[in-house]
Design a binder for this molecule. Structure first.
Ligand code: AMP
Length: 197
């Protein structure tokens, strides 16, 4: 099964992708995690992405499409995978479509985590506080300025994907404002339909 988790920053894409990954035994492909790893390792991609990520902008389509093209060719993706944070633009969605087509594969479902826009900033600030309290490192882009840029990038570039996948009859929406276990249960129910289809 090949699926996409779609939603604004702070919607819980990472958390839900991880839970689905454990449940279905499919790899979770987070372009954000891959880019952060590249930044840490100081690779050429990392060097290009670092500044853009820090301010909350979008890394170029060319870079992220290249990363995903390589990653989905790896053997652990043969049974399927979960895309978390990709695609984020219509150009990325088109490129994914072409990539999958060229491999004789197709997208099964796009799960949209629907959230109350007014609660997003609150949620991300809460994530940063909880990470700090647990002794963790807060993401460089979890600050007010970068968050504003990330939200604008989401509404400008990524939100149109909701209509795009709706038109392709691939979109399923779940209430992302419920507690994590409840969202996970709803997503699980939804995916069961696909596994048994
Ligand atoms: P995330 O962990 O998904 O919130 O991603 C963190 C940051 O990585 C984003 O704010 C972007 O700067 C960059 N990024 C991750 N995925 C993409 C993507 N598909 N397209 C462009 N930039 C991305």
């Amino acid at each position: 099964m090949i699926l996409i988790l779609l939603g604004p920053p702070g919607a819980g894409k990472g958390t839900q992708s991880q839970l689905i990954s454990e449940r279905l035994g499919l790899p979770q492909l987070s372009t954000g995690d891959m880019l952060r790893a590249a930044v840490k390792a100081g690779t050429p991609v990392g060097l290009k992405a670092k500044k853009i990520m820090e301010v909350g902008g979008l890394v170029s389509d060319e870079i992220v499409i290249g990363i995903i093209a390589d990653r989905i060719s790896e053997p652990d993706c043969a049974k399927g995978f979960i895309l978390d944070g990709f695609p984020r633009t219509l150009a990325q969605a088109d490129a994914l479509d072409e990539l999958l087509k060229s491999k004789g594969r197709h997208l099964d479902v796009v799960v949209e985590l629907k959230v109350d826009d007014t609660k997003l900033i609150e949620r991300i600030e809460c994530r940063a506080r909880e990470t700090l309290a647990a002794g963790g490192t807060v993401r460089a882009d979890d600050n007010a300025e970068a968050l504003k840029t990330r939200l604008i990038a989401y509404y400008r570039e990524t939100a149109p994907l909701i209509g795009y996948y709706y038109a392709h009859r691939l979109l399923k929406s779940v209430d992302g404002m419920k507690p994590i276990p409840e969202v996970s249960r709803l997503v699980g129910e939804l995916l069961d339909q696909f596994q048994h289809a």
